[in-house]
Design a binder for this molecule. Structure first.
Ligand code: ATP
Length: 313
């Protein structure tokens, strides 16, 4: 499998703070890796090293087949970077911004204009193309920013918290645009604070904490690490919770837990459907009325809490 991004043991220290403490990553070409982690985990530092903006103290990384330290120009020619803050010029129109970048990249005036036109259309900005970018909404600016880093047709795209602060409709528009790029073969590394963003966009997720990748896998693989599916049973009368626990314990795959405030007993589902039937029969035999039976799969947030001891939200 061809790797678009490969990093081994990346280290970076800021004075007395070890921001990266041996980051290993590999991203197959044409896929999306979501980098998740609490604030200060080292996500942005990782992106800055991989995009040649920051020199690592140790380790090795290749992007699009080139060494980020030894061949930074080759890397830069093949990547795009869109950050949290739009890098477009607010005084220029959307069309002027994109054309200017094409000219600066030596595409030639005609080709730069054509590329700008394609991107304006792709990002649904044709209607606003002749307005100064400072009059754009947050979502439009972010789309223009993404378009700007695609002028050079990069094969690897880095998105650092691309939708922070956007409303749900703008976020979905940006997600759709990213998916289209991936369908065209672009590789994406995305940092995000939004678990649903990683869930929606990423093929694989790397969880970063304390400057290291502490877990990596597909969403399903990570969710399995957070424990089994659970059955949440809401009892009709809270004072029956102790009896419900006693009734469920013998057939349970693990210790059932009670939430007295919500009147819920939560049971790990060791044997899937079989465990649900066993629980239902046990409660029925003990004469304990219930109002709700719900199967709950671990979420990425559960994964996050299990791995980092903190909630992502
Ligand atoms: P966030 O989600 O808050 O953006 P992050 O995972 O992107 O966090 P980084 O920005 O990579 O984290 O920062 C990692 C650590 O390095 C943090 O503790 C941060 O305070 C520190 N750090 C980052 N840049 C510098 C700098 N220029 N000088 C000193 N310390 C820095």
């Amino acid at each position: 499998m061809e790797m678009a991004i490969q990093a081994e043991g990346l280290r970076k220290r800021y004075k007395d703070h070890q921001a990266l403490d041996g980051v290993d990553l590999s991203v197959p070409a044409g896929t999306v890796l979501g980098l998740l982690g609490p604030n200060g985990a080292g996500k942005t530092t990782t992106v800055r090293v991989l995009t040649t903006l920051l020199r690592p103290d140790g380790g090795h990384a290749e992007v699009a087949g080139y060494d980020v330290v030894g061949q930074p120009d080759e890397v830069r020619r093949r990547i795009g970077l869109a950050g949290q803050y739009a890098a477009v010029d607010g005084l220029l129109t959307g069309r002027e911004n994109l054309t200017l970048i094409g000219v600066l990249l030596h595409l030639g005036k005609q080709a730069a204009r054509e590329r700008a036109e394609q991107l304006l259309e792709r990002f649904d900005l044709l209607g606003a193309a002749d307005r100064p970018a400072r009059t754009y909404s947050g979502g439009m600016r972010r789309r223009l920013d993404l378009a700007a880093c695609l002028v050079a047709s990069p094969s690897v795209l880095f998105l650092d918290e691309p939708t922070t602060g956007l409303d749900p409709v703008s976020r979905m528009a940006l997600w759709t645009a990213v998916r289209e790029l991936v369908a065209d073969g672009v590789t994406v590394l995305l940092t995000t604070q939004y678990l649903e963003e990683a869930d929606f966009l990423a093929d694989r997720i790397a969880v970063v904490a304390g400057g290291r990748v502490i877990a990596e896998g597909t969403q399903d693989e990570l969710k399995r690490k957070a424990g089994p599916d659970r059955l949440d049973i809401t009892v009709a009368h809270r004072d029956t919770l102790p009896d419900a626990l006693a009734a469920l314990r013998p057939g349970a795959a693990g210790e059932p837990e009670a939430d007295p405030e919500k009147g819920i007993v939560s049971l790990p589902l060791g044997r899937g459907i079989g465990s649900i039937a066993t629980a239902a029969v046990a409660l029925e035999s003990a004469g304990i009325p219930v109002t709700d039976f719900a199967v709950r799969r671990p979420t990425l947030d559960d994964v996050f809490v299990t791995l980092t001891g903190r909630s992502a939200g």
